[in-house]
Design a protein around this ligand. Structure first.
Ligand SMILES: [Zn+2]
Length: 214
């Protein structure tokens, strides 16, 4: 895909996150891998006031090109691309239910088999670190080990995928799980599926759905 199309798709994804209520105001940010670096949404501007040309192009060394400052969380995005060659897009949101659970410094356990959608037996919560810091990026990377998504303590969540569309879908799925978990907690401590059962589910997920086109 050429860079013009990627800029358009990136802004469209950011707008869709706002429309779905997964992001509010200027919180959250989205990026997509491109050439030797990535494109990321700019810092502190409402999505409806942005144009595709204002998406900020960044190198893996952290240099930004363009008129606007990149999102303050660019390090987290850059480090995910550096560590995970399979990742083509990263979504960071303060989605309400993910954030509520993350403010208790809790991850989401296997209360429901769909937790496997993030690639493992649970969704971890990264340790707290100040927004925009290398420490936060390091904590997020640790929580993402063997997973495609994580919560961020006292902050929000992070989702990674091969494409922008898949990252948006995963963000919705993780927020839905967070909402269900929050509701389950109202009744008491849930029963957690055993590791052996989650391993069966994870195996089934590898072949679930329509076969991928070559
Ligand atoms: Zn944030």
């Amino acid at each position: 895909m050429n860079i013009r199309a990627l800029r358009f798709d990136l802004l469209k994804t950011a707008a869709e996150l706002s429309r779905l209520g997964l992001n509010r105001g200027t919180a959250g940010n989205v990026s997509v891998r491109c050439d030797d670096g990535f494109l990321i949404t700019p810092s502190g501007v409402l999505t409806q006031n942005l144009t595709p040309a204002q998406m900020v192009e960044m190198t893996m060394a952290g240099e930004a090109h363009g008129g606007l400052k990149p999102s303050s969380e660019w390090r987290m995005h850059r480090d995910v691309y550096a560590a995970r060659p399979d990742v083509g897009a990263v979504v960071h949101t303060h989605a309400p239910f993910c954030t509520a659970i993350a403010c208790h410094r809790r991850g989401i356990p296997a209360f429901h088999y769909m937790i496997a959608v993030a690639g493992g037996r649970d969704i971890r919560c990264a340790d707290y670190a100040t927004f925009g810091t290398q420490a936060l990026s390091d904590a997020a990377l640790a929580a993402l080990e063997g997973r495609t998504a994580c919560l961020l303590a006292h902050h929000g969540m992070l989702a990674t995928a091969p494409s922008l569309g898949a990252a948006l879908k995963l963000t919705q799925e993780v927020e839905e799980l967070a909402e269900q978990f929050w509701r389950v907690l109202q009744v008491g401590a849930p029963i957690i599926l055993p590791d052996a059962e989650m391993d069966v589910v994870l195996e089934k997920f590898k072949t679930y759905g329509q076969p991928r086109k070559a």
